[in-house]
Design a protein around this ligand. Sequence first.
Ligand SMILES: Nc1ncnc2c1ncn2[C@@H]1O[C@H](COP(=O)(O)OS(=O)(=O)O)[C@@H](OP(=O)(O)O)[C@H]1O
Ligand SMILES: [Mg+2]
Ligand SMILES: [Mg+2]
Ligand SMILES: [Mg+2]
Length: 383
Amino acid sequence: MGWHGTTTDTRRLATPQTREREPSSPPSIFSPFLPFPTMSVSLALEREAAIKAVAAASRLCQGVFKKLIADAASRDSATQTKADQSPVTVADYGAQAVMCALIARDFPNDLIVGEEDSKDLASDEAQPMRTLLLDLVNTVLEPKITESELLAFIDRGNHTGGSTGRFWTMDPIDGTKGFLRGEQFAVCLALVDEGQVRLGVMGCPNLPLGDGSGQLGTMQVAVAGQGAFELPLFPADGAQVTERQIHAAAPAGTPLRFVESVEAAHSDHSDSGRVAKMLDITADPVRMDSQAKYASVARGDAAIYLRLPTRAGYEEKIWDHASGRLIVAEAGGQVTDVRGHALDFGQGRTLKNNIGVIATSSPELQEKTVAAVMEVLKPKNLW
Ligand SMILES: Nc1ncnc2c1ncn2[C@@H]1O[C@H](COP(=O)(O)OS(=O)(=O)O)[C@@H](OP(=O)(O)O)[C@H]1O
Ligand SMILES: [Mg+2]
Ligand SMILES: [Mg+2]
Ligand SMILES: [Mg+2]
């Protein structure tokens, strides 16, 4: 897939060294030589903290994959199955612990809605996993933490969310099945204030940068009202990191392409095939795990992301959509549920007012896609 979203370089990040400075010092994301007059400085500290947290958690995940998951002999010791039969690994727990710890250091009073909790780590049987996890997390955190601090950091993610005040929401590994297969996954962190997503950051370790360089590892970042940007997730030591503004719109005449889940249990593949036909899309769908699908729409690689309900009653989780929704909107695209309703992040830990998700590169395409999806879903009585 090609890169369509690059404009001229508009902003610079400080070098990695200066990005490591104390959060109380002035934000380093703005070069003093390249003033950015249209950009509000609000959430600059949160933006920088979120970038650091996602980068650290992404590095941890990449390390776990190489050391433990890629090798079938150690994979089982690093993986559990949750009550809903979905997988969770030491990397999911470790990434949540690291992001919670880093946010707690910079914003000690902020609440967090995170996917994971420590209850499946509490038993005697889970002792080897706790030990493994503590080692992992302590390779990233300084000062090092104890086992009880580790469990407490994971459980900082237990907030119930809602429509008042501000909270962070995180998916330490979105697309755990993709992570286990060595395919796409995303480390996602967003800030929600009064029910609105204000900041979204997504690290995609297995997605190449969209600048044509082929460099593996992309981070996308958006603050409401400030546009969407892409930067390398794993910059070389000492390298100057440049952010590129991304846009969902592809050049006129680009054939429409759509992305959807790998897992047919997460999004109905036959319904999406019918929708594609109605929209005269001839290309096969691109199937990838995780919010990397939103990243593809945000930079113009794909025009449409379809997440079509497979059954009545499934409530999408806020951490599966918060970062991606803001990044696509800030790139000029649109995100709604299958009925064209805005996603409502103020209802608790799930999007309980919404059904499925449609993201597209423009308001016009959104309207057409929602109409086609409604036509396909109407006879199914899903709501
Ligand atoms: N039934 C159903 N319908 C819709 N969504 C579901 C369902 N079950 C699970 N999930 C959530 O899907 C998240 C991963 O889905 P993705 O589309 O990102 O990847 S995948 O290709 O489907 O694996 C996955 O996120 P992670 O657990 O973070 O991987 C789940 O939160
Ligand atoms: Mg998820
Ligand atoms: Mg997850
Ligand atoms: Mg999960």
